[in-house]
Design a protein around this ligand. Structure first.
Ligand SMILES: [Zn+2]
Length: 269
């Protein structure tokens, strides 16, 4: 198993996934993500150049920073601070990251919003399923990705274009949504009416998608008036996709006509 050396210890993270079937792996023990470089978007040209020379990278799930690249059969930290960060991450494995993120946001275990929602773990492996409408890599559970591809092709035959606003979102991403809304002055109760807390979002599973269509804003109720929404209502179930939050849903989440989740066929469950 390849080791990443820090001053005092080896940080074992394993090699990249074999066969290129999966493009994203969660390493809960070390709290890093292993991603194919194709599944990572970076802003700076220098970082893009470095990424293009490697096939795999280790990514900080909290900040999205690329910490190490796989080259020449070993992990190479991208910088001195990245090496230090890897050492810190491996030294403090989170026992229950979702719980600690919720506590940091002030969401107590007794909060009634938690009772109405099923817990959802972060996916352990994901597949690159093209890009979203903003050109960012779209990561999905492998089976959901296949079903979504088939559904998009069928929709196109009927003249309907489906665009993806958001696919997989990790625990840290969900916590970030809460932090930004709290900073804007919204209360926890207000946020919990429209966002599932970390550890409860279907987006953690890599099976949920926020959908839209050309010229339609993201995540707006007006999506329900589009031909794309009508098409989904008629055909999505055939591909295993279900609208999770219809009006007056038992989860206490506001109506989300854009949010669709793939569920395995009964015989696979
Ligand atoms: Zn959603």
């Amino acid at each position: 198993m390849p080791a990443l050396r820090s001053n005092s210890r080896s940080i074992l993270v394993g090699g990249p996934p074999r066969g290129g079937v999966c493009h994203w792996l969660s390493q809960p023990r070390y709290r890093v993500h292993v991603c194919s470089t194709a599944a990572v978007s970076v802003r700076s040209t220098a970082a893009r150049r470095a990424l293009s020379a490697a096939q795999w990278c280790l990514r900080d799930p909290e900040t999205g920073t690329v910490l190490a690249l796989w080259s020449g059969g070993d992990w190479q930290p991208t910088s001195r601070p990245a090496r230090a960060r890897l050492a810190r991450l491996s030294a403090s494995p989170a026992r229950d990251l979702a719980e600690s993120l919720r506590r940091a946001l002030g969401i107590q275990p007794s909060n009634p919003a938690l009772r109405a929602l099923p817990r959802t773990d972060e996916a352990r492996s994901l597949r690159l399923a093209g890009g979203d409408r903003y050109g960012r890599p779209l990561l999905l559970d492998a089976r959901a990705a296949r079903a979504f591809k088939r559904m998009c092709a069928a929709a196109r035959l009927d003249g309907v274009v489906l665009e993806v606003v958001s696919g997989f979102r990790g625990l840290h991403h969900q916590a970030g949504i809460f932090r930004r809304k709290l900073a804007r002055g919204q209360t926890l109760d207000e946020i919990l009416r429209v966002n599932a807390p970390p550890g409860y979002s279907e987006h953690h599973s890599g099976r949920a998608l926020d959908l839209s269509c050309p010229d339609e804003p993201p995540a707006e109720e007006s999506f329900e008036t589009t031909a794309a929404f009508a098409w989904l209502g008629e055909h999505a179930a055939r591909f295993g996709f279900v609208m999770s939050y219809p009006r007056n849903n038992p989860h206490g989440i506001a109506y989300e006509p854009w949010h669709w989740c793939w569920h395995p066929p009964r015989q696979l469950r």
